[in-house]
Write a protein of this length. Sequence first.
Length: 204
Amino acid sequence: MTDRQTMYEGLSRTAWGYLFLCVDFNLGNVSILPRFAGWLLFLSAIEKLKEERRDLALLQPLGVLMALWTGADWLASWAGRDVDGLFPPLDLVIAAAQLYFLFQFLTDLAALAETYHPEGRLLSRQILLCRTVQTVLVTLFSLAPYLPAGPSNDVTGVAVLILAAGYCILGLWLMISLFSLRRAFQDAAPPPLPPGPGGGAGEI
């Protein structure tokens, strides 16, 4: 079983990963919160948590794919380019990989919440609700480029902005939930041993 400090670190990296994944600030064309950093944090978190939830290891190849894809997109942005749309069939594969990864990732985190958190059932339901909302938002984002062009473009643009705002709010909600789950491992850490007769640690 994974020790609590390792799980604490893994959940920390997961929570911060959602900051990079769901919140975006640009300087010109270049994001200062690149999404590939979020995927790298997720991969690092999986290394910390996979002994506790072994099926997390199955997500690692998809995580590597997403990190490479978003990293290539970030590098292209320095030249004012965008890799999305260059290879439409590959875009669909990437969208499917992202959906599966995020769905399963949050499913496993909800299971951890139910097992370890004092309010596990409530927090687990909260994470699963975030998972459902996330699946809907990612699906809509993936379909947006394939909407037909025409007079409704302005309406589509407003809809995309609303989706983006909702995705940012979702990311912050997930971060709060994951930091709450992380506290279960912080608070459950055993207290330090009292000083021994000589001023050192107490003997067992």
